[in-house]
Design a protein around this ligand. Structure first.
Ligand SMILES: CC[C@@H](C(=O)O)C(=O)SCCNC(=O)CCNC(=O)[C@H](O)C(C)(C)COP(=O)(O)OP(=O)(O)OC[C@H]1O[C@@H](n2cnc3c(N)ncnc32)[C@H](O)[C@@H]1OP(=O)(O)O
Ligand SMILES: [Co+2]
Length: 132
């Protein structure tokens, strides 16, 4: 597995895009809304991995809840896999708990699933596979 992206919960993409543009010395290469997750995303390439900024677009969004409880900051780690269904089966056998085992459409042309942070040392983990 490779670290594909780090998801960062932000209150305002307008503000945080300015900050990350200054920090990384480059523009976001893509902005995409994923309605099902209640998020607007903005991506930055950083070598082999990416930074995914996440702003909530409604009050029920996981990002709204996260920011209300913990404030802005690292929200999840995403690992890129070749075959997401095989990885789900492998990790289930290892005792990990999934929020949902069925891969769903994520951002940036990916299928995604999430492991529950309670089974991964308090860190929300996403698995993602490039869509064919
Ligand atoms: C853009 C698409 C995609 C991509 O392509 O990259 C994305 O990245 S989408 C990102 C947003 N989507 C998600 O986060 C989906 C998965 N998350 C969830 O299903 C939920 O957020 C959750 C993890 C199941 C928590 O939901 P819920 O139980 O309703 O919220 P609570 O606020 O009650 O939290 C329960 C418990 O979990 C802790 N928690 C919540 N979020 C995180 C987190 N990101 N990292 C670590 N821990 C988290 C929360 O603190 C609570 O803990 P306790 O207080 O100890 O019970
Ligand atoms: Co993500």
């Amino acid at each position: 597995m490779k670290l594909e992206h780090i998801g960062i919960a932000v209150k305002s993409l307008g503000v945080s895009d300015e900050l990350f543009k200054k920090l990384l010395g480059k523009e976001s290469y893509k902005k995409e809304t994923v309605e099902r997750e209640g998020v607007v995303t903005s991506f930055y390439g950083t070598g082999e991995s990416k930074i995914e900024l996440l702003e909530a677009n409604n009050q029920e969004s996981p990002i709204s809840k996260f920011i209300d409880k913990k404030g802005e900051g690292i929200h999840h780690l995403a690992f890129g896999v070749e075959n997401i269904l095989e990885e789900v089966e492998r990790l289930k056998k290892e005792g990990f708990q999934f929020i949902s085992e069925e891969p769903k459409e994520g951002a940036d042309n990916k299928l995604v699933v999430f492991l529950h942070p309670k089974s991964t040392n308090g860190v929300l983990v996403e698995l993602c596979q490039e869509k064919q």
